[in-house]
Write a protein that binds this ligand. Structure first.
Ligand code: HEM
Length: 155
């Protein structure tokens, strides 16, 4: 059980538990929905010929969500660092907000009528918070004084 720190923690956890209780692995539903709505993201996974990378990635994303709604020991920083490391996979930054929202929608697909207004509200609030961290990530394509060579431009 995650320590409840954020207002939406209980409902987010309940939504994840509701899916787990059905014994359904939501991985396929989540990626199918993602690639249907955003076909441009599918080719980015060209190396993943057996789904192992997609599965591993989603597992990490669920772990990060559990940390994000609880103690935030690492997940807030991780969103930023993954945005930067994923540039090496040509993943656009905007895809992060899309991906997290799509996870929620995928769970909603799985739960159907058992998706509650409380789940909906909690996911919206959490996604807005995640977006705040994503927007705050400094862009690596901006030339900072440190990357400019002399490290003291304008001084
Ligand atoms: C915080 C969010 C994310 C986390 C924690 C995360 C985590 C990971 C991890 C751990 C891997 C390596 C998996 C393995 O090799 O077994 C990976 C690979 C990958 N991720 Fe993510 N990811 C995130 C967001 C995204 C987003 C939004 C996209 C865009 C759709 C994306 C696209 C990819 C791709 C294309 C690869 C495969 C790279 C390759 O080896 O060719 N990721 N991710």
């Amino acid at each position: 059980m995650t320590a409840t720190v954020h207002s939406y923690a209980t409902e987010i956890e309940a939504s994840l538990e509701a899916v787990a209780a059905r014994g359904i692995d939501p991985t396929a539903a989540i990626y199918e929905r993602l690639f249907h709505a955003h076909p441009e993201l599918k080719p980015l996974f060209w190396r993943d010929d057996n789904g192992a990378i997609r599965g591993e990635m989603l597992a990490r994303v669920f772990e990060a969500i559990l940390d994000f709604i609880g103690e935030r020991r690492y997940s807030d920083h991780m969103i930023s660092t993954e945005m930067i490391t994923h540039e090496g996979y040509d993943v656009p930054r905007e895809a992060f907000a899309t991906f997290f929202a799509n996870v929620g929608e995928g769970l909603q697909d799985v739960l159907g009528p058992d998706w509650t207004p409380g789940f909906e509200r909690a996911w919206s609030e959490m996604l807005a918070d995640i977006d705040g961290f994503a927007q705050g990530t400094p862009r690596s394509d901006v030339i900072t004084p440190a990357r400019d060579g002399d490290g003291c431009r304008g001084a």
